[in-house]
Ligand binder design. Structure first.
Ligand SMILES: Cc1cc2nc3c(=O)[nH]c(=O)nc-3n(C[C@H](O)[C@H](O)[C@H](O)COP(=O)(O)OP(=O)(O)OC[C@H]3O[C@@H](n4cnc5c(N)ncnc54)[C@H](O)[C@@H]3O)c2cc1C
Length: 351
């Protein structure tokens, strides 16, 4: 399930980034010292797995998101993609929750296998779509029994072709309901989604932010953003969130562009915008996916460097089960042996 969201490069003219001052020492990704970049295994191993909210207190995180296959025979491919990415020592990976059917069971299976076999912390995605609260409760019980400690609680999108989200009878209407339920009945670490450019259905940016604040008040420990291509949107959102009293870490979600057509489709579905100069460059590569992907790597490298320099608490990559672009970006940023820089914890307001 990736079509609500959707990697590339270069000249600073391409990247319209407005610096947002965060009162903390500026550290470049390249400042990570050699020890911190060693290819050793991360010191957070399966044996001492922990909640992501606690990881975020200790270090800046790199995370990677995967999606379940449509058919069971696709699971080994996903596990191989996770394995390739694990070479870069991400702090955790997450597995999205499908719109329905068997892919949901695959989310549970992959999440559990990653936790048990890949020596990686994991976050399960869970949505309110097509299930009663009781059914969702059972999913949470199974995740708990499997030792999963982190969940991102989402509402989910309306089924394809429908514009309004209608819960099933006895189901949850909003992510806030799901977060409240999880906090009341379980001990999972909880993440919620937020939208630097506003959610597509939101009445306005202010009410959208009010609901994000509600998620935090009800128990979300941190937030992960929808994709965006102009860091200015993220920095503006951070400013508004801080004013609204949102005091949990907000982790930017980054999708390296893989093809021009794909990114235009994703952004139109999720309401994110493509900066004009990037859009014009994509025009040149409309029928050349390899060139678009290289542009994506160049662009995302700059985007993430800027975010990192500006003190973000972590970066969440929408990997789309393809490790090549993310591996190139992390190499470009000297983060390909990422173990985090424990001395680089964030001061000031938690972000
Ligand atoms: C990091 C991330 C991960 C995602 N993972 C998945 C996934 O695994 N599977 C999947 O299907 N989709 C996923 N999505 C997409 C997500 O399900 C859609 O964006 C969905 O349309 C909204 O989900 P939400 O949790 O933000 O919903 P909500 O927070 O419920 O918001 C939906 C809309 O309702 C409004 N709203 C929120 N709360 C209230 C309230 N209490 N009262 C009235 N209005 C309210 C908001 O302003 C918004 O317009 C993900 C999105 C992100 C950013």
């Amino acid at each position: 399930m990736v079509d609500w969201r959707a990697d590339p490069p270069s000249p600073s003219s391409t990247l319209r980034i407005t610096r947002f001052h965060i009162a903390r020492p500026q550290r470049k990704a390249t400042c990570l010292n050699a020890a911190a970049r060693s290819a050793d295994k991360p010191h957070y191993s399966k044996a001492d797995s922990m909640k992501i909210k606690d990881l975020l207190k200790k270090k800046r995180t790199i995370s990677c998101e995967f999606f379940p296959p449509r058919e069971a025979d696709g699971i080994p491919n996903v596990m191989r993609a996770v394995q390739r990415v694990s070479a870069f020592n991400p702090d955790y990976v997450s597995v999205t929750y499908g719109a329905g059917g068997s892919t949901r069971a695959f989310t549970e299976e992959i999440t559990t296998r990653v936790k048990q076999e890949a020596d990686l912390e994991v976050m399960a995605h869970l949505t309110c779509v097509g299930q009663t609260s009781e059914e969702i409760h059972h999913v949470l019980e199974r995740l708990d029994e499997a030792g999963i400690e982190n969940v991102i609680a989402l509402r989910g999108d309306p089924p394809r072709g429908e514009t309004d989200f209608v819960p099933v009878e006895g189901g949850f209407q909003h992510a806030t309901d799901l977060i409240e339920h999880i906090r009341e009945h379980f001990t999972f670490g909880i993440a919620g989604a937020c939208y630097p450019e506003g959610h597509v259905e939101s009445v306005n940016m202010d009410s959208d932010l009010d609901y994000v604040k509600q998620k935090v008040d009800l128990g979300a420990d941190f937030l992960v953003t929808q994709l965006f291509y102009d860091n200015r949107h993220f920095y503006d959102f951070m400013e508004r969130a801080e004013k609204a009293g949102i005091d949990v870490p907000i982790v930017p979600g980054v999708l390296p562009i893989l093809s021009a057509a794909q990114i235009r489709r994703f952004t139109s579905l999720c309401g994110a915008t493509i900066p004009e100069d990037l859009d014009q460059r994509l025009d040149q590569f409309y029928d050349d996916d390899n060139a678009a992907r290289d542009l994506g790597i160049e662009y995302a490298t700059q985007q993430v460097q800027d975010l990192w320099d500006n003190g973000v608490p972590g970066v969440h990559f929408y990997v789309l089960n393809r490790s090549y672009a993310v591996s190139r970006i992390l190499k470009n940023l000297a983060l390909d042996g990422h173990t985090g820089d424990p001395s680089n914890t964030l001061g000031g307001p938690a972000r």
